[in-house]
Design a protein around this ligand. Structure first.
Ligand SMILES: Cc1ncc(COP(=O)(O)O)c(C=O)c1O
Length: 384
């Protein structure tokens, strides 16, 4: 067996000592799901599965793969249909589908950011946003989480030094905290300062708005945002992502976005599944069921005297701070042994002392399981 360089061993040892060593575990379907991103249960929807299969069967030949990148041979007609429907559904001028949300953020940011631009993003922005900025090597600042006064300060500071454009990037629902920025104020600030605003709606898609259209649309701000990213791997239960924006932006990405250009397109059956999942989202009861469970969960946080440790959130992500990797892993294991799958989120994924238990709620969680899990958590906190 080949040896690995020393630095690799040292880094792994460090992870081990910090109780943050990652290993892959087989999925366990027997537990109550408080951890997947499958907010509406769409990943296992027979209706979506059958509709997607029907679409594929209606093709006059079998399709196992897409045969190439979108610009070469991979632009199956399902893609054209999907992008038209996405633009219409999300009230955007144009849409461009990427192979994942990670690819969409990297591909968008690394393409549009120029050397003399400045990017200001929320300090808790997702790794894919930070990596996209990193690849572009554009000067960048972080503003304190959801702190728009701090954002204004960073804009003033940027104005003094830059000759290019200013971009502001944030999420409409934060993946680790489940909270949201004051979007209307954010849009006003961006407009006042002639800045381009980018909103990642990964965890708002399928969750926020009557038909899961996201927070930007719910607040009627679609025309006032430069670009939006919606992902399909979470509430849509499938895979892939879309960047929404003006026709000019989509033309630019088609020409310059490397994660769009230099990769094999999704297979037609994946695109058919996304089409079917969007159809289902327009008519499902699951969004209302999810909303009901979020309200129930919040009520039970209060009833179990847990309010002080939970981060205020109206979304499907409800996180409670349990400082210390070891401690948060212990409670997650206790919940696991009691039949609940709740993931501990460890440093360095979140800052030290902000380690947390992250409950992801779903349309299909039962009232009973929510009640028992929060009661269990409350008892554990009192005893430990
Ligand atoms: C805010 C945010 N953006 C982007 C992504 C990446 O999306 P995908 O899983 O489709 O690559 C995630 C995934 O966790 C996310 O939370």
């Amino acid at each position: 067996m080949k040896k690995v360089p020393n630095i690799i061993n040292q880094k792994l040892e460090k992870r081990f000592k910090q109780h943050s060593f990652r290993i892959l575990k087989e999925q366990n379907d027997q537990l109550v799901d408080f951890s997947s991103n499958d907010y509406l249960g769409f990943s296992k929807s027979r209706v979506i599965y059958d509709k997607a299969h029907q679409l594929v069967l209606e093709e006059d030949q079998a399709w196992n793969g897409s045969t190439g990148s979108r610009l070469l041979t991979g632009n199956h007609h399902f893609y054209i249909q999907l992008e038209q429907q996405l633009a219409e559904f999300h009230q955007a001028e144009a849409a461009l589908v990427f192979n994942s949300g990670y690819d969409a953020n990297i591909g968008l940011l690394s393409a549009i950011l120029q050397r003399n631009d400045i990017v200001i993003c929320d300090e808790y922005a997702h790794a894919s946003i930070r990596d996209g900025i990193q690849i572009a090597r554009t000067k960048n600042y972080k503003f304190k989480h959801n702190d728009l006064e701090d954002l204004k300060k960073k804009i003033r500071h940027s104005r003094l030094q830059n000759k290019g454009s200013i971009y502001i990037i944030t999420e409409s629902i934060f993946s680790m905290d489940g909270d949201s920025p004051d979007l209307l104020e954010l849009v006003n600030i961006a407009e006042k300062n002639d800045a381009f605003l980018i909103i990642d709606e990964a965890h708002a898609t399928g969750v926020i708005g009557k038909n899961g259209e996201g927070l930007v649309q719910k607040m009627d701000l679609s025309d006032r945002v430069f670009a939006r990213i919606h992902t399909f791997g979470k509430a849509l239960g499938t895979h892939g992502a879309v960047v929404l924006g003006s026709k000019r932006l989509i033309e630019y990405l088609t020409n310059f976005s490397r994660t769009f250009i230099y990769t094999t397109a999704l297979p037609p059956h994946s695109v058919a599944t996304i089409l079917s999942a969007y159809e289902e989202m327009k008519q499902t009861q699951a969004i209302q069921d999810l909303y009901r469970n979020i309200q129930l969960f919040k009520t039970q946080i209060v009833n179990n005297q847990l309010k002080s440790i939970f981060i205020e959130s109206n979304s499907a992500i409800q996180s409670c701070i349990i400082p210390g990797n070891k401690r948060v892993k212990t409670i997650a294991k206790a919940l696991y042994d009691a039949g609940f799958d709740v993931k501990p989120i460890l440093a360095p994924t979140v800052p030290e002392n902000k380690e947390r238990l992250r409950f992801c709620l779903h349309s299909f969680n039962t009232e009973n399981s929510i009640n028992i899990a929060l009661h269990f958590l409350s008892e554990w906190i009192n005893k430990n």
